[in-house]
Design a protein around this ligand. Sequence first.
Ligand code: NAP
Length: 481
Amino acid sequence: MLQSELLKTTNGFINGRWCGADSNKTMPVVNPATGDTIAIVPVMGRTETELAIESAAAALATPSTIDERRRWLSQLADLITEHREELGRIITHEHGKPWKEAQGEADYAASFFRYYSTVVDHLKPRQLADRPRGHQWTVYSRPAGVVALVTPWNFPLAMLAKKFSAALAADCSSVVKPSSKTPLSMVALFSLMEQIELPPGKANLILGPAGEISDVLCAHPAVRVISFTGSTPVGKKLMAAAAPHLKRLSLELGGNAPFIVFDDADLEQAVDHAMSNKFRGSGQTCVCANRLYVQSGIADAFATRLAERATALRVGDGMQEGTEMGPLIDQNAFNKVRSHVDDAINQGATRIAGSETQIASRNAGWFHPPTVLRGVTANMLCVRDETFGPVAPIIEFASEQEVIDAANATEYGLAAYVFTADDQRAERVISRLQFGHVGHNTGSGPTAEAPFGGMKQSGFGREGGLEGLHDFIETQTVPRP
Ligand code: NAP
């Protein structure tokens, strides 16, 4: 079992108190690098979710001041930073990513609390400068109410930090439901949160698989917003379940990111960014390159260099010194990645990197070698679907128009990347790409200070930046004579 000063309990948290499940049902949390059970957590359901929503609703009766919220947010940023190594260790044990990378996730989580602590003043009432209709007009940003925050396993801490920091800034009360694969990072965050003395009910943690929990979150009249990060099929189910109750939704869903490299790009820069963008989190990030479109003149050089670099990556247990890439989250993830590689090879692609001998750990983990494929075509699964694994399929293209059409030929619209030395071309291409986040000569993902979110079936709503507050506020306008 994983011992940690931040995991003195592995229970949920409702109305200011740690609690288990009424049913006494439990489930294991498994380390994907070893297959070991590292903790046992409660399986909560209807009763606990209703209790959490009711305590969250009761907490709304006592609004907090902007100063209190600023203090809570900055205290949380400090606490996460102070405990970054331990939080990172917990993330690595339940997710598998290398410890250094996991500490980076803790820093990223802290940056959202820090950022919203610095902009919470934007939520102060605003008075119009003139007096339309002979009245004085005040615009208030009221908390939207009880918000349900449902998150995936691929960034067990950061995906919640994005939502929770904005919800807290807006003075909402939260019911948090992390992925049942990675609940421990959230338990650790709530144990840190005890130190900032939030009012009871302001933040509640429900543990267990979706099912009953999400049924209650979607149907309970007190829940006003459902902020969800996860797959597109689950996002659609939530939208359908929430529709009869007209709940507001923010959906951060799946991606199928094109990574476009033109002939005039800086080769080393493009390869460097492809490596960090593609293989971070073992390729299990929503923003990672899913399809690499490389112009014919640079394709051989790019493919050779990328294959060399991918082959040199050290794959193993994230807690082992020197590990650069960890395992996949579970057997289903492994099977999906393997099926995408097999499908590409059966349809004529060539594997130029991706040998099993590259894997340092020889234990029960779900390790997949960093794989590079050439001769990939549009009909292959790895181009059509989100692979969510360490596979880099290279597709050659000839013209600008051809690559824009190919990149947009997907139902997804989350992230894209364009590498070219020609700024005018970059401007032209970016303006025509239907993606919410487009890196120019960078594979960088989002930052706390700027809005991030998807187009098309990658969802709607934005996280980060001032826009990230919008999902959690109700605007109320008051004219006075
Ligand atoms: P997922 O299967 O959709 O699960 C996400 C969350 O939804 C988990 O807490 C899960 O709980 C819950 N859930 C599962 N089935 C549900 C249902 N029928 N109703 C309500 N909730 C349900 O996604 P995942 O596998 O954890 O995460 C990977 C996906 O997230 C990828 O598609 C990735 O692109 C996407 N993602 C998007 C962003 C973004 O910013 N756009 C960021 C990160 C990840 P349980 O599993 O515990 O039941």
